[in-house]
Design a protein around this ligand. Structure first.
Ligand code: MTE
Ligand code: MO
Length: 384
């Protein structure tokens, strides 16, 4: 592995690990715009950033349980209809540091910013798969393929130096409404190296781990991808499971992420002057479920106030209204509250299926420290 050719990065990123490079922006950066600029978008890697310098010769191959394999160059992918999909990418390890305070967990520590919201531009995977004879809304190919595996060109130690891999069910891959993309643009610009140049998968509504960067090939396979990150990582275990009694095969590979929200206008402990305080942050749910409500408490969770929500400013946000919401994207919330004494401010979101965030991190503690969606709490100290 060679980390001498990493791309330049914004100096304000908070670095959680250098090699592989894992970094997140300060939380305040997430609420300064609805779309997260790529400089401030979290970077989550498992190996050195690959270099693709001859874009004319770059291609992906599609093979496996199909009649005819095919290679596609960038020009072939660009020839397909281009979609721009606003989608939030969130690492399953977002907020892991807070979970590790209950009891040690294994994994890179993240504060609350292993998440970002971007417009991804590219071809729909459903259109790409039609080029190899797989129709829309297929759940099995004639040769028995049920899953679509994405293989990268990077090299990870967890795969013994092999590439990063993941898969999604064929039914999701061939459903145009699932908006699974082979993206070559992020916020209207070509993907940069950190985010998967020249081509990455974006699986909206699903933990970031399935959105494979630096795509090399696509395999149509009978069973779920057997790679490390699908089978031995990114699974949700109950609090009773530890490293001595873990049996990976008893759990599903995590796909959709649960409802989440975080206050970004205040640090974990903030000192403020008495008076009006703006409380703002992000809220998002997986699986295309919208955000129905964000509740904010200024007394540690005894009483609640409803925050206002928005996506594009000026447009009222309505969960599940296709014309008025980006279904895969976060909403930003905001409320101004009166704070006269030191207290704990809490936020929790409710999604369009009425799922609510769990109150206590202890109840969802898991040894890999994933999916910390417990009520988000910040302490404010009032100073004069
Ligand atoms: N794809 C490759 N090839 N290698 C990786 O290490 N990390 C995954 C996913 N895709 C990864 C990858 C994880 S765990 C996450 S959360 C997202 O990419 C992060 O994407 P980002 O760095 O663009 O934010
Ligand atoms: Mo991740």
């Amino acid at each position: 592995s060679d980390y001498s050719l990493e791309p330049p990065r914004h100096p304000s990123l908070l670095i959680n690990a250098k090699t592989p490079f894992n970094a997140e922006p300060p939380r305040s950066a997430l609420i300064s715009s609805y779309l997260t600029p790529s400089d401030f978008f979290y970077k989550r890697n498992h190996g050195p950033i690959p270099i693709v310098d001859d874009i004319e010769r770059y291609f992906i191959s599609i093979s496996g349980l199909i009649e005819n394999s095919k290679s596609l160059f960038m020009k072939d992918i660009r020839m397909l209809p281009k979609y721009n999909v606003a989608a939030t990418l969130q690492c399953a390890g977002n907020r892991r540091t807070a979970m590790s305070k209950t009891k040690t967990v294994k994994g890179v520590g993240w504060d609350v910013s292993a998440i970002g919201n971007a417009v991804w531009g590219g071809a729909k995977l459903a259109d790409v798969l039609e080029l190899v004879g797989i129709p829309k809304l297929a759940s099995i190919t004639r040769l028995g393929g049920r899953h679509v595996e994405f293989v990268s060109i990077d090299k990870c130690k967890e795969e013994n130096g092999g590439p990063y891999k993941a898969s999604v069910p064929l039914s999701q891959a061939t459903n145009p409404e699932a908006d699974v993309l082979l993206a070559y643009e992020m916020n209207g610009e070509p993907l940069n190296r950190d985010h998967g140049y020249p081509l990455r998968v974006v699986v909206p509504g699903v933990i970031g781990a399935r959105s494979v960067k630096w795509l090399d090939s696509i395999n149509i396979i009978a069973e779920e991808c057997q790679g490390f990150f699908m089978q031995k990582d990114y699974k949700m275990f109950p609090p009773s499971v530890n490293w001595d009694n873990i049996n990976w095969s008893t759990r599903r590979a995590q796909m959709d992420f649960p409802v989440q929200c975080v206050i970004c206008s205040l640090e974990d402990v903030s000192t403020i002057k008495p008076g009006q305080v703006k409380v703002s942050g992000y809220a998002v749910s997986g699986g295309g479920r919208g955000i129905e409500r964000v509740d904010v408490s200024v007394d540690g969770g005894k009483t609640w106030l409803e925050a206002s929500r928005y996506q594009k400013s000026g447009t009222p946000y309505i969960a599940d209204d296709a014309a008025n919401s980006d279904k895969w994207a976060w909403v930003l919330f905001e409320i101004t509250v009166d704070i006269l004494h030191s207290t704990e401010i809490v936020a929790k979101a409710v999604d369009s299926a009425a799922n609510v965030q769990p109150e206590r991190v202890e109840d969802i503690w898991n040894l890999r420290g994933i999916l910390n969606t417990s009520w988000h709490r910040v302490q404010v100290r009032v100073g004069h």
